[in-house]
Design a protein around this ligand. Sequence first.
Ligand SMILES: Nc1ncnc2c1ncn2[C@@H]1O[C@H](COP(=O)(O)OP(=O)(O)O)[C@@H](O)[C@H]1O
Ligand SMILES: [Mg+2]
Length: 383
Amino acid sequence: MAKKRVVVLYGGKADEHSISCISASGVLKAMDRELFDPIAVGITKQGRWIISDVDPRDYSLHTKGLPVVRDTAGSRQVVLAAGCGADGFFVREQDGTLTSLGRVDVVFPVLHGPYGEDGTVQGLLEMMGVPYVGCGVFASAACMDKHFTKELLSTAGIPVAPGVTIDTRGFDGADEFRANEREISDQIESAHLRYPLFVKPSRAGSSFGVVKVDHPDGSALARAVFESSRHDWKVLVEQGIDGREIECAVLAPRTDGEPAASWPGEIVLDRKDSRSDQFYDFDSKYMDSEASHVEVPATLPAETLRAVRDIAVKAFTAVDGTGLSRVDTFVTRDGQVIVNEINTMPGFTPISMYSKAWEATGVTYTEVITRLLEGALCAQERR
Ligand SMILES: Nc1ncnc2c1ncn2[C@@H]1O[C@H](COP(=O)(O)OP(=O)(O)O)[C@@H](O)[C@H]1O
Ligand SMILES: [Mg+2]
């Protein structure tokens, strides 16, 4: 059988640009070359699609700062002809002529955050009629927006953290929301939220703009809301859940099969004692390798592990997920499972939770990539 041509999209306009580059590096290195022929298409932070002269396989978290896709003199612009479907991928040569990239069988959008994980690129690919890995337009959009994820999960009877959503568009940014202090505090009081509180942008990721407010303090709270609103005008204020952070990888490459849940893994924060305010912030996630580690399977009673797996599948189904997602939960001391969020394109390096969780469940990183690509191709044939 001829190899399938796979466009791997990476980079993108979101804050999580660099994380996407590192995920794509892992995917490109592990993809089964007997079956697939990848074409790496980078998207700059400004939104230009290019074939870079820098091989994205060389990207890593630790080489010369965080990787960035740059439209250098040696890169070639990618031109899409949306109406031409799978034949609509071209590159612009130095002399201005267009060369076809050939018929594209499937796209793997290894993109995190807005303009990648939020239904926008999925919509583009739907319009082009090109199959792609992962959730569709609706699930991607719903899970990108933490407010709406919680609405859907609550409706399905899945526990979520109590919280309120604040529309900051009318607030006074020049004053860093000082003038809105009372208004914000009133909303917290009416919802009977208890401290500590977590303030976070509805549509972001990688802990960008997530602020913990430990004690009742109107001005600290207003400042936290201001900080989050730099990422999104829609800001969530949630009651802090005192629980362990347990994440479960869901894989459902085919639309006709039941979604499968991996063994849940735990994010263990190693500085929680010395820095009691530590949470899983950007530095703990990516920059400080000694701040946290991942344990798969999580050391929890068998019935709790089962409960997390069941809720992960239920949550994935509630948002109409397809392909893959990582369902992040808090498990409280008494074994209650509360869903924090669903990442439709989770961190995807070989050492990311998603891959490690499948590895521990008996599915290798390469096999996960193959199943996702073959599932997307198969779904297309059934349309
Ligand atoms: N309600 C909450 N209770 C306790 N911790 C929270 C809560 N919300 C967020 N956190 C902490 O902040 C981290 C990042 O928040 P999260 O909602 O997962 O946003 P992101 O999409 O940026 O990962 C979580 O992994 C957790 O450590
Ligand atoms: Mg998270």
